[in-house]
Write a protein of this length. Structure first.
Lengths: 413, 368
């Protein structure tokens, strides 16, 4: 009897595990079509039925959901600082036709379910006019579905999965998409003379799955060969078995489109088992926590990133970096720059909006053309996406060095 | 073939860790017939102890900046390991004393002070910053005051509650303790993940083309030493004898004059110290991110390992752990890596179909 009881519990533990493996957003199963940034003249995005939350009174409420704590905490903190800085600047300059902007920030603790809850709170209870957020695509997709339902315009600063803006006509982003970013990574790998690549992806992350798919499509098109694909889950701690298999396939580089939080462990274990080829990643690596996690294991590895670096010589960037450093005591990363751009673009749209309600603000954001942001010039296309250049960064000691940049034209996107 | 052997070696190393945690599950199950779901969270606390030892409690030096500190750091790591074992065994005793014992024996006056200390925590932190002398003083006063105020409540509850022998109650309590540790951990440790820097020297040895890394080998060796130590305690000491007696028949053991509560406490301490050692080792040697859900997955897998080997059977838990580790590693290294958890658990179903009592368990008919 007692062993049967134990057995039953064990079996229920199994079901929990297998089910947890299946739990995923339906969006991620949809094929990634690869025309995200390619401006399609007419958009087939669903149109919101609601008119958002019209601004009443003397304040414009802006909601922000961010991963201030949890697995990707540096993403949320950086972005939040950028957004706060832009809003403070706008308020110091007198606000928008006399109305001050008030930012309501909610922490989603890096959890998709919590993102959904806090965005619902922002839209339904706090009645915010615009929502800014998230960085991680899985959470942005969740938040987008809520914003679309309430007709509240949402601007994602740095979610790159193409699915994010497909949720509806209220959803925008100020960064490029992964069909571009992953293609940049593929081109870089090919140009660097790496003829074979292995892929190691997080199967629970929409970002990683989309990135891997786009990377392998572009890389194969260029003539490269994908030697094999292995997967892990963000909560794993032991990656050696998978890495060892990848090592046996003898690729000339390994694409790991994960987030910084597990990259350190993966890089260290890769080094430990003697996988000596360079690891390749995307903007999910960009975090001040990457190097503390990885030690020296990521030396010389490269990742694609948004068009922002303190190394770039540009008046706008230099002013932003100086202002940010003065305000927060540390230099901004790319995510802070994109947060700043998202908020700036929103402020610009609020100024241009004919009516301060869901439809008016939505239309003003959609009309944005040649907006000069610190992470490049932003034009919102019919699908709510921005078309921007990307950088390739290399890890040198504690720093990320810009080694190359790609424009969409260069790789035919 | 070589790659396959290498996967087996990784599996055995991973399995030794599962085995270490599984022993705690199986010992507690052996004496109390209780599935202590909080055990995985004790492992998490062990990892945090390892983290705090490396970053603030002990004078570790980063090897990238101080390459000569390797020997001192290894000595300090042993201290950290022992400290983690001591603190976790204390945590194990506290969990048993205040969560599980009241279910067996009813509430005592002293339980009031424990709950006073818990309730005072959010109240005091609302008014003062706890990490200061004034904060600690305010907290202590509040804890004692609430404790005394709760005494009559405990007396009332003791008089008016009925003790139940249902195992389900204990099980639900265990799940509650697990949730309390995971979420309470957020308050104490914060929700940011933690990393331990470069504190221990690293290297690999290659034997016949198979690599053995220093970190994983150290975890394996220490696990084996601890398991042998446990075997000695259980088989050759008076306490161990008492544990086995209780496992056999708790009522008869009481009649023979064994202080069962003390022995149960000891069992929890022993199991928790092994989990604590595991947590601290993994934190210090493998550079994984540490958060409050750190123990969830290894805890579940170790629990399954305990069942696989035969619940209540100590060598069984060790064997189950290794089998789980090897299965997981082999599947993860194949092209089915997406399904590594699912397939490792299917193995368990297969084994339980043919040996319902687990690999080494005996099928004992139980009187109902």
């Amino acid at each position: 009897m007692r062993n049967r009881i134990m057995g039953l519990f064990a079996i229920s533990a199994i079901t929990t595990f297998t089910l947890a493996g299946c739990k995923d957003t339906p969006a991620s199963n949809a094929p990634v079509t690869g025309n995200g940034t390619n401006a399609v003249s007419t958009s087939s995005r669903p149109v919101a039925a609601e008119n958002g939350n019209p601004v009443t009174g003397n304040e414009i409420l802006v909601g922000e959901y961010a991963s201030l704590t949890g697995d990707t905490a540096t993403f949320g903190k950086g972005t939040h600082n950028g957004i706060q800085m832009a809003i403070d600047e706008a308020n110091d300059a007198g606000g928008i036709s006399g109305k001050k902007i008030r930012l309501l920030t909610e922490d989603d603790a890096s959890k998709p379910e919590q993102a959904q809850t806090v965005v619902t709170k922002l839209c339904a209870d706090d009645k915010v006019a615009v929502v800014l957020g998230e960085v991680a695509s899985t959470r942005s997709i969740r938040g987008a579905s809520i914003c679309q339902k309430y007709g509240v315009p949402m601007i994602s600063p740095s979610s790159t999965n193409p699915e994010v803006t497909k949720g509806g006509d209220c959803i925008f982003r100020v960064c490029f998409t992964d069909d571009f970013q992953a293609a940049v990574a593929a081109h870089y790998a090919w140009d660097a003379g790496w003829k074979t690549a292995a892929i190691f992806k997080d199967i629970k992350s929409d970002y990683a799955k989309g990135f891997a798919e786009n990377f392998s499509a572009e890389y194969t098109k260029l003539g490269g060969k994908i030697t094999g694909e292995q997967s892990y889950q963000g909560s794993d701690t032991d990656f050696k078995a998978q890495l060892n298999t990848l090592k046996g396939q003898d690729p000339s580089c390994v694409m790991v489109p994960g987030y910084y939080s597990e990259m350190g462990t993966i890089a260290r274990q890769a080094k430990e088992i003697g996988l000596k080829v360079p690891l390749l990643g995307g903007d999910g690596w960009d975090s001040p926590q990457l190097i503390p996690g990885a030690g020296t294991a990521l030396e010389d590895c490269v990742f694609t990133d948004h068009y922002f670096s303190t190394e770039l010589k540009d008046k706008g960037i230099e002013d932003f970096v100086a202002g940010f450093t003065k305000k927060y005591g540390a230099a901004p990363d790319a995510l802070a720059a994109l947060g700043y751009d998202a908020a700036k673009l929103m402020i610009d749209a609020l100024k241009r909006a004919k009516t301060l309600d869901g439809k008016g603000i939505r239309a003003a954001i959609a009309e944005t053309k040649d907006f000069a942001g610190v992470s490049g010039t932003i034009t919102i296309d019919a699908n709510g996406n921005a078309r921007k250049s990307a950088l390739v960064m290399q890890i040198k000691g504690k720093d990320f060095k810009v080694i190359k940049s790609y424009t969409p034209e260069q790789i035919g996107k | 073939m070589q790659a396959f052997l290498q996967q087996i070696i990784y599996g055995i190393q991973l399995g030794s860790l599962y085995a270490l945690i599984a022993l705690g599950y199986t010992m507690v199950y052996g004496v109390l017939r209780l599935i202590n779901f909080a055990h995985g969270d004790v492992y998490m606390v062990g990892a945090y102890v390892g983290f705090y030892c490396c970053t603030s409690w002990l004078p570790f030096q980063d090897l990238t900046t101080h390459p000569g500190a390797a020997t001192t750091n290894i000595a300090l790591a042993i201290v950290a390991l022992l400290l983690s074992m001591v603190l976790c065994s204390m945590l194990g005793i506290v969990i048993e004393r205040f969560a599980y014992r009241p279910l067996r024996n009813g509430l005592q006056q002293i339980d009031a002070h424990f709950w006073g200390a818990i309730i005072a925590l959010p109240i005091a932190s609302h008014f003062v910053k706890l990490a200061s002398l004034a904060g600690v003083l305010v907290y202590a006063v509040a804890a004692v005051a609430i404790g005394f105020a709760m005494r009559p409540v405990m007396t009332y509850l003791r008089k008016h509650t009925v003790l139940s022998t249902s195992r389900l109650n204990a099980l639900i309590t265990a799940i509650g303790v697990s949730l309390a540790l995971e979420n309470g951990g957020l308050l104490v440790f914060g929700s940011d993940q933690k990393f331990i820097g470069n504190v221990l020297p690293e290297g690999t040895v290659t034997v016949f083309g198979i690599q053995f890394s220093s970190g994983q080998s150290a975890i394996f060796i220490v696990s084996v030493i601890l398991m042998l130590g446990l075997r000695y305690v259980v088989l050759y000491t008076r306490r161990g004898k008492a544990m086995r007696a209780i496992s056999h028949d708790i009522e008869a053991a009481k009649l023979m004059g064994i202080d069962t509560d003390r022995v149960i406490s000891f069992t929890f301490a022993l199991g928790a110290s092994l989990a604590g050692a595991g947590g601290a080792m993994v934190a210090m040697l493998t550079h994984v991110k540490i958060n409050t859900l750190f123990g969830l997955q290894p805890g579940l897998k170790a629990f399954v390992a305990a069942v696989l080997g035969g619940a209540g059977n100590i060598p069984g838990a060790a064997l189950g752990g290794v089998v789980m580790g090897v299965a997981e590693s082999v599947v993860a290294g194949s092209k089915f890596s997406t399904y590594k958890d699912a397939i490792a658990f299917c193995l368990l179903i297969g084994v339980l179909l043919f040996r319902p009592a687990g690999l080494l368990g005996k099928n004992v008919a139980e009187k109902v």
